[in-house]
Ligand binder design. Structure first.
Ligand SMILES: [Zn+2]
Length: 504
């Protein structure tokens, strides 16, 4: 039995097998529905060009076995879903490519999508677009080499991307001899994006270009009444759009310190804003006419890191700990953002790490964010105030100092401020140790103003994590530069990812 494959390409993360389904023994009509299938190590789905059945399924297993010595070999065996009465186990067999080995996962039979010829075209198009973004300026010849596609395919796709204004053609490079290739780069002026970072006291609005460069930013106070505030936000966003009459706008990305239902895009709960079950998306869309993407701030930061690769180039397991007046945790594991069933995954901030600690607004005692957030450091500082009338260290002893001022005081040698920070750092380390032990990420990224004092906080965190690590996980703990505005960068990544991510 001979199988003829029209194309076999390994494109970085995407192993793409396009089968002509021509079988010398039985002819191509034997499996007329089998046109193409696609294996993605990150999101392993078999995609069928039509109806499938048990015979096709067996055939698939055979075909993948044919190539298992050389290429990706994810085999889904007879499945209950496809073979009535032929119950069997589903499982993936060996994958000799070491880079891909640990990234396979089970096929989600609840979410099989049908591949049409447009799917293949769309994947190729996005592959080229991502290569241009990542490697720009880049020639068509280099694109063909990097992607493994035919030159003619690359040319057709780049013509389309140029026509759609995603890509621009630059001047030819000065090579010593031979033909001068024309270089391609991403058209960063194609469209603008509005980013909105909602935080408890101040909300930042920004207009950014496609390359995540901010053209303008403004800060407004976050209102107490969520409905009124969102209406005001919509008006401000519309005014920002009007101030750039020559720009077209792609969409709005919103990050907020709360959990968002991933299907309805409603805000479920934002304890530090005091908001609950709120539709942020519809009023903003009505006010601006733009599509709105909403995401938890820590998730948005994780996506931005994955997108820009500033600290995490090529990292598949990333945990972001966003420290502000609460603590948000965003997780990208095996290259995928982890949202949980309702989008509420990542609420480590309300894990109780000190049984008799202060009571949290969630009802528990000693929650991580009660001990390691900016608010915790402010409280430590206030509680350590010198005694008045013999009442030492009571909660009412000291005036509340804002976290930014506390950082300044510590820098200037104020012992109480330094101790408050050290205590916060210790508990930050306790919670981070929990994440490192539990999730073993490659990188754990700390975001927030606390990183301004990382020379002081970082060693305490590292020491605490080391003391509490059960298996010395090789996690790199990195503090981000707050001036890079990771939360706001995240809002831009939210809008961009829908154009650059894989389509399935
Ligand atoms: Zn709590």
């Amino acid at each position: 039995m001979v199988l003829e494959w029209s194309r076999l390409r390994l494109l970085g993360d995407i192993c793409f097998l396009a089968a002509a389904a021509s079988d010398a023994a039985r002819g191509p009509s034997y499996y007329p529905s089998l046109r193409l299938f696609l294996l993605r190590p990150l999101d392993l789905d078999f995609l069928f060009g039509g109806q499938t059945n048990c015979a096709v399924w067996d055939r698939f297993a055979f075909m993948t076995r044919c190539f298992s010595g050389k290429f990706l070999a994810g085999i889904l065996r007879k499945s209950r879903a496809f073979g009535a009465g032929r119950a069997g186990s589903t499982g993936l067999t060996r994958c000799p490519n070491k880079n891909l080995k640990n990234r396979l996962r089970k096929i989600d039979l609840n979410n099989i999508r049908v591949a049409r010829s447009e799917t293949a075209r769309d994947i190729n198009r996005r592959t080229v677009l991502n290569l241009v973004r990542r490697l720009q300026p880049i020639s068509r010849a280099a694109l063909a080499r990097r992607s493994g596609m035919q030159r003619s395919t690359v040319s057709a796709i780049t013509e389309q991307l140029i026509a759609q204004r995603w890509v621009l053609e630059g001047a030819g490079d000065q090579l010593p001899r031979g033909r001068k290739p024309t270089f391609l780069h991403l058209n960063s002026d194609r469209a603008s994006i509005i980013g909105i970072d909602i935080q408890p006291v101040v909300t930042t609005l920004a207009v950014a270009s496609m390359d995540s460069r901010f053209l303008v930013q403004e800060r407004i106070s976050t209102g107490a009444n969520p409905v009124e505030f969102i209406a005001r936000l919509g008006r401000r966003a519309a005014e920002l759009m009007r101030s750039y009459p020559n720009n077209s706008f792609e969409g709005i990305g919103v990050s907020l310190p709360g959990r968002v239902d991933s299907s309805s895009q409603r805000l479920i709960f934002a304890p530090n804003l005091g908001w609950r079950d709120l539709d942020v998306k519809t009023p903003l869309e009505k006010a601006t006419g733009l599509p709105v993407q909403l995401e938890n701030a820590a998730n948005a930061c994780a996506l931005a890191e994955q997108w820009s690769g500033r600290n995490c180039d090529g990292v598949s397991n990333l945990v972001v700990v966003a420290v502000s007046y609460g603590i948000g945790v965003g997780m990208i594991l095996n290259g995928q953002l982890l949202r949980g069933s309702t989008g509420a995954a990542g609420e480590f901030s309300h894990v109780s790490i000190l049984g008799d600690g202060p009571v949290c607004r969630c009802g528990n005692s000693g929650c991580w964010e009660m001990l390691a957030s900016n608010a915790a450091a402010e409280r430590y500082y206030a509680e350590s105030a010198p005694a008045h009338n013999g009442e030492a260290g009571s909660k009412s002893a000291g005036a509340r100092v804002a976290f930014g001022d506390l950082l300044h005081l510590a820098e200037q040698g104020d012992e109480r401020a330094a101790k408050a920070l050290d205590r916060m750092a210790h508990y930050l380390g306790v919670g981070i140790a929990m994440l490192v032990n539990g999730l073993a990420p490659d990188v754990l990224l700390v975001i927030g103003d606390v990183t301004r004092a990382w020379f002081r906080v970082g060693p305490i965190v590292a020491q605490t994590v080391k003391a509490r690590s059960v298996a010395h996980a090789a996690t790199h703990i990195i503090a981000t530069d707050p001036d890079a505005q990771p939360r706001l960068q995240g809002t831009i990544a939210l809008v961009l990812q829908k154009h650059f991510d894989a389509p399935v």
